[in-house]
Design a protein around this ligand. Structure first.
Ligand code: PRX
Length: 638
């Protein structure tokens, strides 16, 4: 049995209305199409004030039974996963549903042999190889909670996450290929684990055949353990719908990254529902999401969403510019990709290579294009539409977040209209509203713009929403539910037109979006401040042609700092060590002071304007502790 697939704009409207008027019946109809080991009796219980959200609470299931086992009777020999390696001359690997099911059971047995129990946290730090998907699914199969860490994060970031999650098991690989580089992974884990002596086992996959250091008693080889296991038969662990499925760390406006927790039942329903409705996946199509599984997009739209739908999903190990800037298009042609889902930053960077790369490359298999991760500018949208979609493929602009588990606002491919730079309409079940600073709902259309503007909130729960932040439920409350009473606050600003379409303008808090990666300004400042030569710093974003946002750091250094160029490079090295290269500052300005209010608060608004080059509209600076500082900063702007 399948849930109802929305098939027209009118149908969308009817479904949407039903989801608002009768949410429990609406979600019950969808959820009951899945395989439950024990059916739930209650669809939803919720409270946003003392955040507690439960979907299908007394139901029991295993997501891998729904991703794999339930497809076996009719799809055992159909491709589930296609792996395109970094080097195009290397062999493509494919797994049918039966093969993937077997591999997942085998690795589940490896985990069980190592003593991994239901509820244990397993940290996965790997490149984009099929074994990453297998590791993720094996954890889910035995009820362990996976926490995937993006391969670009530094040892220190990994340490922080492993300690926060108290993960006693780690899965990694020797090294990853990325374009013409070999990126060591196991050595980074070795550094990270110097401060995590509670980690019991590290399972190491050989991929790039790089030499690694293997610690006796702790480190074991993936291949050897798999060989020991042979053909295993591991039944899916029985999970409560509200048991955690995974933790994924993401940046907020304060403190260290927090572990967003998603649960087995609600996330499953949401990942599958959104995948099918948004992309309108058709039987036998190939779905290519270019994200890394280290981010939520990869979790939901490379692994879980497609496999739950019984689809064919493609994993690509490399980068869009290797061996040349036509790599995505080669992959589309080679594998007959039907759905391509990527980020605006990738589109903007490919635009700089011109349209010559399309010559001789056949993209006619494409049916749907998608974007995610940051606002897409009209120029990039049109370029994507004309050159990739040949004006023949709907583009879905999907707005969502790590916390939302799946797409929240988007047009549905070929069903509801697309509109450049607009995410358009909320999915059924999603009840957005725009509020002012005080939390009062804005409904008035601004006469000048023709739109309502405000901070984007959601007033009703949906199955895929986060349940908590790992180990610190209060933080979940303060981050998402404390700003406005009884509302989930997204941290984004948005416009809405008279027809209910949304255009997301970006973060309104101190979170940056650099090349589609979420980075907290506080996190970068803390890293910069760790440098011996630094007294204080302030970090803001500024518009960047390719990355969407760039990082601009204003730094006060100690008196004895003489070589300014060297200290700037040192600062970026420190950021790289403490967070990862993705958080390096694009611009660093050494300043003698920062604009502060009399109570000592840094006036980021002014710094943001300076970084953006909006020098005419700095606003009133007379209330600052030392207004002269602003003049100096403007004068030496970089
Ligand atoms: O600011 C929004 C932006 O990305 C943020 C979420 O980042 P993350 O949790 O890393 O998840 C990214 C992938 C889902 C949002 O708060 N964002 C995401 N999609 C869009 C977007 N901004 C505009 N348009 C989008 N389609």
């Amino acid at each position: 049995m399948k849930f109802h697939r929305i098939n027209s704009l009118e149908d969308y409207k009817a479904q949407y209305q039903r989801s608002v008027e009768n949410p429990e019946a609406f979600w019950d109809d969808i959820a009951k199409t899945f395989t439950w080991q024990k059916p739930y009796t209650k669809v939803l219980q919720w409270d946003f004030q003392h955040p507690s959200i439960q979907w299908f609470a007394d139901g029991e299931l295993n997501i891998t039974e729904n991703c794999l086992d339930r497809h076996l009777p009719h799809k055992a020999n159909q491709t589930a996963l296609v792996f395109e390696p970094n080097d195009p001359s290397q062999k493509v690997r494919t797994y049918t549903y039966a093969e993937l099911h077997q591999e997942v059971m085998n690795f589940s047995q490896v985990l069980l042999n190592q003593g991994v129990l239901k509820g244990d946290r397993v940290c996965i730090y790997m490149g984009m190889v099929p074994e990453l998907t297998i590791a993720v699914l094996a954890c889910a199969r035995i009820g362990a909670i996976h926490s995937v860490i993006f391969g670009g994060f530094s040892a220190q970031s990994i340490t922080d996450r492993i300690i926060d999650a108290q993960a006693e098991f780690v899965i990694t690989q020797d090294a990853a290929y990325r374009g013409n580089k070999i990126i060591p992974l196991k050595p980074v884990i070795d550094d990270a684990l110097l401060k995590c002596d509670f980690v019991q086992k590290v399972i190491v996959l050989t991929h790039a055949k790089e030499p690694v250091n293997m610690l006796k008693g702790r480190d074991i080889w993936w291949e050897e353990e798999m060989e020991l296991v042979g053909k295993a038969n591991v039944p899916p662990a029985i999970m409560n719908a509200e048991d955690p499925l995974f933790i994924l760390y993401t940046s907020g406006s304060t403190g260290k990254p927090k572990g967003v927790v998603h649960t087995c039942g609600g996330y499953m329903v949401w990942a599958n529902y959104t995948f099918e409705q948004v992309f309108q996946y058709q039987e036998n199509e190939l779905h290519f999401c270019t994200a890394d599984i280290g981010w939520i997009t990869g979790h939901s739209y490379i692994v879980y969403g497609p496999l739950l739908a019984g689809a064919k999903t493609l994993m690509f190990e490399g980068i869009p510019t290797y061996p040349d800037a036509g790599r995505f298009w080669d992959i589309v042609e080679k594998h007959n990709v039907n759905i391509l889902y990527t980020a605006p930053t990738a589109i903007r960077s490919l635009m700089t290579f011109g349209t010559g790369v399309f010559e001789g490359r056949d993209l006619s298999s494409l049916r749907v294009l998608g974007t995610v991760g940051e606002p897409i500018n009209e120029e990039a949208w049109n370029w994507y539409d004309e050159n990739v979609g040949k004006k023949n493929c709907p583009i879905v602009d999907t707005w969502w977040q790590t916390e939302t588990g799946g797409v929240m606002i988007s047009n549905l491919a070929g069903i509801t209209p697309s509109r450049p730079a607009w995410a358009t309409l909320p999915l059924p079940g999603i009840q957005p509203l725009l509020v002012d600073e005080k939390g009062i709902e804005n409904t008035e259309i601004n006469a000048e713009t023709g739109f309502v503007h405000g901070n984007l909130c959601i007033k009703f729960p949906w199955p895929g929403m986060l349940r908590t932040t790992y180990g610190d439920h209060h933080r979940c409350y303060t981050n998402y539910f404390a700003t406005y009473e009884n509302l989930y606050f997204t941290g984004d600003g948005a416009y809405r037109d008279s027809e209910g379409n949304y255009r997301i303008t970006g973060r309104v808090d101190d979170v940056l979006n650099v090349s589609g990666h979420r980075i907290g300004t506080a996190e970068v400042e803390n890293a910069i401040n760790m440098h011996v030569g630094v007294v204080e710093s302030a970090v803001v974003g500024y518009p960047h042609d390719i990355k969407g946002q760039g990082i601009y750091a204003f730094v006060i250094c100690t008196d004895h700092t003489h070589d300014k160029d060297l200290i700037k490079r040192d600062i970026n090295e420190t950021i790289s060590r403490l967070i990862g290269p993705i958080a390096k500052a694009d611009k660093i300005q050494i300043v003698s002071g920062l604009p502060k209010t009399r109570s000592g608060k840094i006036m980021r608004r002014i710094l943001r304007k300076i970084a953006e080059g909006e020098l005419q509209s700095l606003g009133d600076t007379s209330t600052l502790l030392d207004p002269g500082v602003v003049e100096e900063i403007v004068k030496f702007r970089v």
